[in-house]
Design a protein around this ligand. Structure first.
Ligand code: EAX
Length: 323
């Protein structure tokens, strides 16, 4: 071997060793498109982690449920076959039942109220419930307030929902509540929803404007009602063992990056909420923006009595009255 080859070999292996020591790659995924409130969230997270760890951690981002549905991704993070996911709370009760209370309809007045609860003592306490289940919950993020769409008719009052077949998340609280509205509930993973709407397997679905827009539901749904019937929180979850392997400084870097991600995600939800209705009208949807919310609240009275039993009236009131 020539000296120059030896030297080159030495440089290469040094480079490889340095590279290997320098960088650990982790994966994070979402169900929605890259150009969405969740996409902005995980892109921000990836950028911040790389910046705050000086490139020692690289976060690969996956969109459109390409690594699996929300439920599958939470499972993978719990098992450690995937390090991170950003998910709605939809399927979370199957893993950490304490989060269920947040999925109660008409619990939050507006996004400011929801964000204050999640970032305050109630939300932060809930994040700690994930530790015993194999997760580190890094931060709350959000989808926003959910609204109803369908292909059949304008929904102005709960009577209009009777008999509508609607896709729901795989969430027991939502399913119980929507049955209370008279909806025929069909739980399914998000990735199947567009096709189900297109083929008429279901008449409708409910999601925040950010999701309706980024999933192009206007192509397959004619009627949108701004029911705002439930707030839809999201979480940035990490495998607990992967988190515990980080140095103290890197742990903080991951938490701070998740908080930055949530900030960017929420800002995009605000933007989508501000221009979404005009956007969807331009795409041909009929938008009912003056539903009588009190009627929807009243329709849920029997279900709410159940929720009060299940979650405790005092716990619900504590969230409702949080300032
Ligand atoms: O998290 O399943 C749903 O309707 C969710 O809102 C969606 O996957 C985004």
């Amino acid at each position: 071997m020539k000296l120059s080859q030896l030297a080159l070999g030495a440089v290469l292996s040094l480079g490889l060793m340095a590279g290997a020591a320098a960088q650990t790659t982790m994966r994070i995924n979402i169900s929605t498109a890259q150009n969405s409130h969740q996409g902005v969230g995980i892109d921000t997270f990836a950028r911040e982690v790389e910046k705050r760890t000086n490139g020692r951690y690289k976060i690969q981002t996956f969109y459109n449920a390409s690594l699996g549905s929300e439920r599958e991704s939470i499972e993978a993070v719990q098992l450690g076959t995937q390090e991170l996911t950003l998910t709605s709370t939809g399927p979370v009760p199957n893993f950490v039942p304490e989060t269920k209370i947040l999925d109660v309809p008409f619990l939050f007045r507006d996004k400011a109220h929801a964000r204050a609860v999640l970032d305050g003592p109630i939300g932060q306490e809930l994040l700690t419930k994930f530790d015993a289940k194999g997760f580190k919950a890094l931060a709350w993020a959000e989808n926003g307030f959910r609204h109803m769409t369908n292909s059949k008719r304008d929904v102005k009052a709960p009577e209009d929902l009777k008999g509508l077949k609607m896709r729901t998340m795989e969430n027991p609280v939502h399913i119980a509540a929507y049955k209370g509205f008279g909806i025929v509930t069909t739980p399914m993973a998000f990735a199947e929803v567009f096709t189900a709407l297109q083929q008429g397997t279901v008449d409708g679905q409910e999601n925040p404007l950010s999701v309706i827009i980024s999933a192009n539901f206007a192509q397959v749904q004619k009627h949108l009602s701004l029911t705002g019937h439930v707030y839809s929180p999201c979480l940035i979850l990490m495998n607990k063992a992967a988190f515990e392997k980080l140095s103290a400084a890197d742990k903080q870097a991951f938490i701070d990056s998740a908080r930055e991600a949530a900030k960017a995600n929420r800002a995009r939800v605000d933007e989508d909420d501000a221009k979404g209705v005009a956007d969807l009208r331009a795409k041909g949807m009929t938008v009912i923006d003056n539903v009588d919310k009190s009627k929807f609240v009243a329709a849920l009275a029997p279900v709410n009595a159940e929720f009060e039993k299940q979650f405790g009236k005092a716990n619900l009131e504590k969230i409702r009255n949080f300032k």
